[in-house]
Every structure is written in structure tokens, then in C-alpha cells.
Design a protein around this ligand. Sequence first.
Ligand code: D5M
Ligand code: FE
Ligand code: ZN
Length: 554
Amino acid sequence: MPLETPARIARELARRGYNAEREAVTLLAGATDPAAALDTAVETAPDDALRLTAEHVRSALSTDAPAAASPPTDTDATDTTASADTVPDDTAPDAPPEDPSVSTATPSPSSGTQAADAPVETKGSRKGEMAGTESASTTSADTATADSDTAAVKRSIDIAGDITGRSTGTGEYGDFVSVFRDRYEKLSGKLRGRVNHRPASAVADMPGGSDVAMIGLVNDVRSSANGHWIVELEDTTGTFPCLITKDRDIADLVDELLLDECVAVEGTLSDDAGIVFVDALHFPDVPRTYKPSTADRHVQAALISDVHVGSQEFMADAWHRFADWLHTEEAAAVEYLLVAGDMVEGVGVYPDQDEELDIVDIYDQYDRFSEHLKEVPGDLDIVMIPGNHDAVRLAEPQPGFDEELREIMSAHDPRIVGNPSTVTIEGVSVLMYHGVSLDEVIAELPEETASYDHPHRAMYHLLKKRHVAPKYGGHMRLAPEERDYLVIENVPDVFHTGHVHKLGYGKYHNVLAVNSGCWQAQTAFQKSVNIDPDAGFAPIVDLDTLNLTVRKFA
Ligand code: D5M
Ligand code: FE
Ligand code: ZN
């Protein structure tokens, strides 16, 4: 195997069970005989090393072939494609349909970055872009090294809202009571300042004709004999019916309601005090003026999901291209990799799934996934949450992988957390949620506000409802816990989901919503229901600007 490119070297190292630092790969690529240098580096690496460091390579090269330790020759390709896009707020009801045009991974300098429905904006040039000559490129390589040293200091990851290790649920009825009570407490708190609400039990005692407001979980939505809507709200004191007349503007909002979500209504009590005539309906929502935080240096995160290793449809070639690209100078700023569930295809997830398995043993699937993960640079910080195909409990919130699986995936020392979790990277909070509830939102809400072709719009509803999976009992299984981990307590800067295998992104009240596609070609089931997956894409977020770039590897 010729080993002229860093990517090939990384893959060869992965094949031999090593994950490697970017710099280690660069050093090997710069050796006079990269293949021999790689052999030596592997032979002389400590027995228990999972990651080949630049140190290992340097010492291997200096003892064995001093001449080989020449300065890297392939780091002079500088990123000339720093054009990026602003992702517009497409929450206007008549926002034009997005064209998810994307760039390819072909390393042509103009293959650049393009995001949906936005004019391309060119950013100010960065240090490295100036390098056009031999001597300048050496400088840029030096700069890169200096930068990555600084990077090591600046990197930071904090996790919040992770169920892992905290599950208290016993599955008893009482746990359901606590989880819904907690949901009500948290979400009504977001609405309390906006309406002067009364508990359901008190509303019933108020005189007919009074102005009244209520906050409750949606217990039932039904239409009356004359076509109006009756929305029954439930709080900790009881339930109360609210009437939304069909000719009001707010009647359209009724289509957006999901059972068990929390809303506030304002209106007038009927003469017999039996029902509220609703004038206004409020969602917990994200303030329109929300100002997301950004990182204070240029650094990027790749947002992916639904790798589905072990499926016959897993797209190994696209994955290799992605991993290869991460080793290039163009990807130098990508220091974080977030994986939003469905690492592997799993076993027995759907009927007849076994007919399409390439690897039938679940542990073998994680072994193979781990091999693929070793292809990406060893100095990436990786965060993973599970999905519905992974080997953890199906009910949400899902805890992170257990010890045995962590051991299998230990090469990168990834942060393994539950679904959902909020991961704050250098000040930017990313709410990671696999996305099973998106199927529900898309099935139940009007097509123009949520569809498989626009999965990010379904995500907007979750942000508006401040809950990642409001409706309990359909696709989504809820594990009753003392707390409702699925409430979106704090507004995230980025919301990252997967599951529906469609690429979609946009901004909702300045929150960047990204549904990240997949690495699995269309399955027989998806064909039967006309799901045409977006496979082999990697959305890349600039953490300093929250601009998004999509790279295509398939
Ligand atoms: O699901 C990927 C997408 O396909 C998601 O929208 C659910 C849907 N899907 C896939 N297979 C099935 C079956 N057998 N029944 C119902 N829905 C399905 P993922 O879970 O990531 O494979
Ligand atoms: Fe999936
Ligand atoms: Zn899934």
C-alpha cells in the first residue's frame, strides 16, 4: 500500500489498531520512506499504547533513520476555502425551501463551503491563507504547531443534564407522577412571568366572565360539534377545558400542539365558569432576542450521527473519505467531533433487520465502529451519545454506554454521555439529542412546519416547546425518573440531532439547529416508505461564529 498521504497513513495505523495524533501522522508522511517509518513507529510504540503520539514517532525516527525526520512536506496546503455562510433564521412561516447544496470533499481549493439558502459570505483571511510559497508554508506549518499547542490549553468540554449514573427510576407509577410534576414545574416556570395564572382548581371557583390565565400540560385536544377546539390543560391541582374558536388566528396553533407539552392560555371564563374562551396561547419558547455564546478563537466541531456500523448499508468508503479529510490542513480547525447516536446498527431493533446485517454480534459491531473511529485524528475531542440502535436502554433519557462498551471504544478516550446531554465546548453549549421524537413531530404536525425534508423545522418545535420529546407513548418511550431530563432547561447555542437520516439546518431565534444525516445508504425499510437518506455528509460548525459548512463525502 503506497503511503504517500497522511490519510493513508492514518488508515494503515487504524488497521494495525492504532489511533494517531495528527502530528504523528504528519511526521510519518514526511519521512523519506513513510512505510518503513510507520513499521518502525509501530514496532517501537509501547505495548499498551492505543494512540501513536508525535513523541513515539520522533523517537522511532531518530533511533532508526535520522534522515527520515525531515520537516513535514505536506502541511503547506493551506485552507483557502474559508468562505462560510451565515445560517439565516428561517422561522418566518413563508421561508423558502432550503436547497441543501453542499461542498464535496475533493481537495480542490475552490471546493469550499456552502450552506443552505444563504449568500456566501467571505470571512477575513486567516494567518495560514497567506502562505503561498515554500518559505511561507514552513511558517504556516510552524504556526499550526504553535496553534495546536495553544489549542491543547484552550480546549474545554463540560457536560450537563446527563442521566448516566443517576437513574433512579423503578418503573413504578409514582415515578411517572414525579417526572410529569418536574416537567410541569420546570416548564411552567418559563411561562409564569408572562401570564398571571391561576391553578385549575381555583379557576373553577372564579366568577363567570372573569379574565383568567392558566398554565398546564396538554391533556387532550378534541374538536367540538361545531368545529371549535377544546384543549384540556392539566396542572398539579386538576384539569380544565379551554375553548379555541376555529375563526381565531390562534386556531392554527392548535395543529402544533402535542400531548403532554406545557402551554399557557389567557382568556375569559364562560358565564357558567365551566370553560375558558382562549384569546392567547403561549409556548415556553426561546426568546427572540436570544444571544448565543461563541468561542473566543477559531475552532470547529464536526456534527455527525447515525453511523450504523454493522449494517450492510454502512458506507465505509464515505467514512474513510471523511476520516481522511480530517487529517488535511483544510480540517485543521476541526478539534471536536460530536456523534449524536446510532454508532452501530444494533441487533433486533426493527423487524427483519437481521437480513441486512453485515456483522451480527453487537460487540463485534462496536469493535468495528471503534476501528473506524481510530481513522480520525487522535487529537480530536470526541463526545458521543447513544441512539435507538445502540446497546443501552431504549427508554429516554438513555444513559451513556456501559463499561464494557466504553472499553471497546477507548482509543480516543471519548466523552461518553447520555441521550440527551448538553455539552459546552469552549463556551458554546450544544444540546445533543438522538432524535426519536422527530418522527413523532413530523407525523403529527403540519407538513409545512415539519417534514423529513426539513428536519430542522421539527427541531424548532422542540425548542419552542422547550422539551426534546414532549409526547409520551408513541414512538418515544419514556423512562420515568425523578426529574424530567428531557426538558430543555437552558437555551442551547446549538441543537444537534440525528435519527431521521436527513440533513437539515437553520436558525431558530438565533439557535443553530442541525440534523446531521447519516452514514448508511437506504435500507429496504426506508425504500418501502420512501425515505431517501442524506448519507455521507458532515456538518461543520465554526464555534467562533456559529456559521455552518456542510462537507459531502459520498
Ligand atoms: O431510523 C431512521 C429513520 O427511519 C427514522 O426516521 C425512523 C425510520 N425507520 C427506519 N426503520 C424503521 C422501521 N422498521 N420502522 C419504523 N421506522 C423506521 P433509525 O432508527 O436511525 O434507523
Ligand atoms: Fe439512525
Ligand atoms: Zn435512530
